[in-house]
Structures are given as structure tokens and as C-alpha cells.
Design a protein around this ligand. Structure first.
Ligand SMILES: Nc1ncnc2c1ncn2[C@@H]1O[C@H](COP(=O)(O)OP(=O)(O)OP(=O)(O)O)[C@@H](O)[C@H]1O
Ligand SMILES: [Mg+2]
Length: 510
């Protein structure tokens, strides 16, 4: 006897419908599972059997064959357990699947029959909508992330018994109620605030621009000058997420299995700060399950690399392609998937091993060769992709002594939000949200300079030995500076300030 149930698998962020076919016949007792499946699915045999027995159902002593179709797509993870168990119970007449023909069924089983949380529910449900499915059974612990999807009847179940009773029409389960993203967004708090950072006006201004336009930024300065502190305050001034941005982020976090049970949808821009001992795979994604890495978890948010030269050169260099394209392709033997990786890179470093090279008042003890070796850990092409280079000097004693609190993050964030709103309006019918992601054509259209502005940029281009990429990036930063002042045109002072954030190239790297 054959039972067929609907489920889904994921290729990157895209869900693909899967038919779970369970055939039961009276051959020699056994359990086979086919259809290009990963280890976790092969191991479902033991979980399903124990879950059925421990839920006081009868496990048939027959030959069971499970097929997950289509067979040409790799399927991973334990999310088919519940569907398989229901298929087996149906073949022995313990559940009536006629009532569940148009349901999608997702869930891992524990040995005692609990339905466990699975990864990737949000992207699966969004794809299910696109494939015109209307009803879904999901694990109870996934219900928060499912509560932002309109147009689906979503039934959360806690265990196998409950799922069977629900399908048999013996138990009523409340549908997941729709949650409001706007309401949830109000309850944000941050642990760091710019009001405690004394002085450092220049650095704060640069970070405000970076936040407003999503520009990559590198801070160079001596030890203890507050680079790490400034970066930690950065999330508190990032612009509000739009619902679409939040969905994109939550999908990735759902697939990676790092979504908090209570969280549902992510309302804060991610701030990821992997340690410098991190591996390339952890940063870019991959491994056995082709999981998203740190750069994808930082999508629509910030990737903070503190002490940049301490990361392995190879690891840093892998950032070049995603910094340009905003996506990363993760490849492995049977599977190659693409994940979004549109992050803002904030990096910090000392200018030399002792940290004092270029300082106004401290003496550098490093030899030129040592300095050169240290700086050369960052290649020219990588530096070229960083829109803003910022020199952070030690905080002045008078500033540090000042008891008065500085401007707080909320006030800065309000300016950032205003500037971001202008950008959202500008890019309304496109797939981008900020100036930093403008294509070359958009730069031509939105970043027109005055005649003198153009001459200044030309002179900077020649004197600072800039590349075509740097030229475009300066224009994008200038666009953001103009937006912060609500100026339709890019004025000369805007382009001058944007150019000033590229002067370190020459000081340290030429
Ligand atoms: N502008 C400032 N206002 C208030 N406190 C500051 C400021 N700058 C630095 N500090 C204090 O100094 C400490 C060290 O700063 P931080 O760790 O950010 O320096 P850093 O530039 O990252 O140094 P390193 O290069 O050694 O990593 C902070 O934890 C903070 O207490
Ligand atoms: Mg530091």
C-alpha cells in the first residue's frame, strides 16, 4: 500500500516541493529510504520507529520503502520524520490521510514522539505560498517564525499523537495567529550607546554616514583609541529594518538554525563579529550541510572584523567577491547553493605592530619593513572595496575628563533613519535599499556633481591614484552625505568630505 504526503526541501533560500512516498508491503521486514537523502534523513528509521511505538501506536512488521521525490535534488535535515511516521500509520489504517492531502508536513521526531523544531521553516513557508499551498503542519517551536506569513493556515503540533488526532478530526488545533512586525520593532534595546563615547567627533560622523548609506568602513588607530568601543555602538544607530529586509535576514537565520525559539522574526540588523581565529568556511559558509556562514548571517546588517590583519590572509581575501556581488555561492560535492551576503563591513586595525605609526604624539618603534609587512596583510583589491577609511586617534584627556554625556545614539539614529527613508524612496522599485549598493548606472543617474565638484574629484583621482571602483564608491558616499542633509544635489562640500575618507590609502598603503 502506498501513501503520499507533501513536504519541502531547500536549495539556498528557495523551497522545492517534495513528495514523501511510503510504500508498505508484506515482504521481508525492513526499512529503505531513497531519493538523494543526507545522513540525518537516513537515520530517520530509528527515530520514526521509536516515536511510533512510544506514542502507543502500532509499528508494522513489514517491508517499508520511503522515497523522497524529486530524486535529483539533494535533501538534508530531519524534517521529514513526521511525514514518514504519518505515512506508515496511514498504511496500517491508524490515521486517515484523506484529510491531509493538501497539507505540507514538516517536523523532526524525538524517540518519545515529540515533534521537534526544524531549520528553514520560514523560507519553506514563503515558497509554499508561491506554490499555492494553503495548509501546513509545523513543529510547535517553529510557530513564532511562522507567525509573520499571511495567506497560509498554519497548525503547530507538539507531538505525533496530536498530529494524528488533528488529521483524524478528533482534535482542534488553533491556527498560528498573524503577528505585527511594526509592533515588535518598537521593543528594541541596545547595550552600547554613543553617549558614553567621549570626543571622537570625526569618527562618530563617519560612522553615521556609514550607517545611513550602508558603507564599508575601516578604522585605523593606536591601541586604546576606542575603535572597538565605537564599532560596538554602531548597531544602535543603524536604520530601522523594512519588513522585506527582516524576512530576508530571518530566512537565513532559520536555515542556519540560529533563530531563537521566542524570536520569530528578526527586528534588529545583525551585528556579527567572528573572532580572528575563524575559519574561511565559518565565514563564507559551506561544510557538510552547505550552511550559511557569518557573511550571510550578517546580511542586511554588519560584519565587524576587529584587528583585521590578525585574520588569515586567505580568509580576508574570500570577502572580495561577496563584497562586490552581495551573494556567495557555497559549493560542495552534490550541492551548490547561493546565499545572500549583503553586509556592511566594519573593520578595525592598528597601523603597525606597535600601534603608534602615524600618531600625533606617540613614537612608533617598528622598522619600516615590519610596518610594510603588517599593512600588506590587507591587499590593494580589498582596500579598494572599503568605501571609507578612517583614522581614529587617541581620545584627548580633556574630552575624557568631561563629565557631560555626549549626543545619544537615538538622536543620531533619527538622522540616519531620515537619510535612509530618502534612499528607500529613491530605490522603490528596485531590489536595493541603500546608496552603497547602487549599480554603475544608478551612480550615473543619482550622483551628478557640479563642475567644481567634478574637478576636485578628478584631482583626487589623479593625486591619490584611485581606481575606477574607488571613484564610484566616493560618489556613493557623497550621495549619502547629501541625503543626510536632505540635499537633492551633491554639493562641493559633500564630495570633499567623501574624498577625505579615501586619504589613508596614500598615507599607509602607497
Ligand atoms: N572616546 C572614549 N570615550 C570613553 N572611553 C573610551 C574612549 N576611547 C576609549 N575608551 C576606553 O578605552 C577602552 C579601550 O578602548 P577600545 O578597546 O575600544 O580601544 P581599541 O582602539 O579597540 O584598542 P586596540 O587597538 O588595542 O584594540 C574602552 O573600553 C573604553 O573604556
Ligand atoms: Mg580593539
Amino acid at each position: 500500500m502506498l501513501s503520499i504526503l507533501n513536504s519541502f526541501c531547500l536549495k539556498g533560500l528557495q523551497g522545492i516541493p517534495v513528495k514523501v512516498e511510503i510504500d508498505i508491503n508484506n515482504g521481508l521486514p525492513g526499512y529503505d529510504i531513497v531519493g538523494l537523502v543526507g545522513t540525518a534523513i537516513k537515520e530517520s528509521k530509528e527515530r520514526v520507529r521509536s516515536a511510533i511505538k512510544n506514542s502507543m501506536f502500532q509499528y508494522p512488521i513489514v517491508k517499508i520503502t520511503v522515497n523522497l521525490a524529486p530524486a535529483n535534488v539533494k535533501k538534508e535535515g530531519p524534517l521529514y520524520d513526521l511525514a514518514i511516521a504519518l505515512g506508515i500509520l496511514s498504511a496500517t489504517g491508524q490515521v486517515n490521510l484523506d484529510n491531509a492531502k493538501d497539507y505540507i508536513i514538516l517536523g523532526e521526531l524525538s524517540l518519545n514522539g515529540e515533534v521537534r523544531k526544524v531549520n528553514g521553516v520560514l523560507p519553506i513557508l514563503i515558497s509554499a505560498l508561491e506554490h499555492n499551498f494553503k495548509k501546513v503542519i509545523i513543529p510547535y517551536d517553529n510557530k513564532n517564525e511562522a507567525s509573520f506569513i499571511e495567506g497560509l493556515d498554519i497548525y503547530p503540533v507538539k507531538n505525533l499523537k496530536e498530529a494524528v488526532a488533528f488529521i483524524n478530526g478528533e482534535l482542534n488545533i488553533e491556527k498560528v495567529l498573524l503577528n505585527s512586525f511594526e509592533e515588535l520593532k518598537q521593543n528594541k534595546t541596545y547595550s552600547y550607546d554613543f553617549k558614553y563615547v567621549k570626543g571622537q567627533k570625526m569618527a562618530k560622523r563617519a560612522l553615521e554616514i556609514a550607517a545611513a548609506g550602508g558603507h564599508n568602513l575601516l578604522m585605523v588607530g593606536p591601541p586604546g583609541s576606542g575603535k572597538t568601543m565605537l564599532a560596538k555602538c554602531f548597531p544602535s544607530i543603524l536604520p530601522d529594518l523594512t519588513f522585506d529586509e527582516a524576512l530576508e535576514i530571518t530566512k537565513i537565520h532559520s536555515i542556519a538554525g540560529v533563530l531563537d525559539v521566542n524570536e520569530g522574526i528578526i527586528t534588529n540588523r545583525p551585528f556579527r563579529s567572528p573572532h580572528h581565529t575563524t575559519t574561511t568556511v565559518a565565514l563564507t559558509g559551506g561544510g557538510r550541510d552547505a550552511k550559511p556562514g557569518e557573511i550571510s548571517l550578517a546580511h542586511n546588517g554588519v560584519l565587524f572584523l576587529d584587528e583585521l590583519p590578525e585574520y588569515s590572509r586567505h580568509t580576508i581575501e574570500t570577502l572580495r567577491q561577496p563584497l562586490e556581488d552581495g551573494v556567495i555561492t557555497v559549493s560542495r560535492v552534490e550541492n551548490s547553493v547561493e546565499y545572500p551576503a549583503n553586509f556592511t563591513l566594519i573593520a578595525s586595525m592598528n597601523p603597525c605592530p606597535c600601534g603608534n605609526f602615524g600618531s600625533r604624539d606617540k613614537e612608533c618603534k617598528c622598522t619600516p619593513a615590519n610596518i610594510q609587512k603588517y599593512l600588506s596583510k590587507l591587499s590593494g583589491p580589498l582596500m579598494d572595496r572599503i568605501d571609507m577609511h578612517l583614522e581614529v586617534d587617541s581620545v584627548k584627556y580633556m574630552d575624557l575628563k568631561n563629565e557631560k554625556l555626549e549626543e545619544d545614539s537615538l538622536t543620531i539614529k533619527k538622522r540616519v533613519d531620515k537619510a535612509r527613508k530618502i534612499q528607500l524612496e529613491r530605490f522603490k522599485n528596485t531590489s536595493i535599499f541603500s546608496n552603497s549598493k547602487m549599480t554603475d548606472n544608478m551612480v550615473k543617474k543619482y550622483c551628478k556633481l557640479t563642475e567644481t565638484g567634478d574637478m576636485m574629484l578628478q584631482s583626487a583621482f589623479e593625486n591619490l591614484n584611485l581606481s575606477a571602483r574607488a571613484y564610484n564608491r566616493i560618489l556613493k558616499v557623497a550621495r549619502t552625505i547629501a541625503d543626510l542633509e536632505n540635499s537633492e544635489d551633491i554639493l562641493d562640500e559633500h564630495i570633499i568630505e567623501a574624498i577625505s575618507y579615501r586619504s589613508l590609502d596614500k598615507k599607509y598603503w602607497n
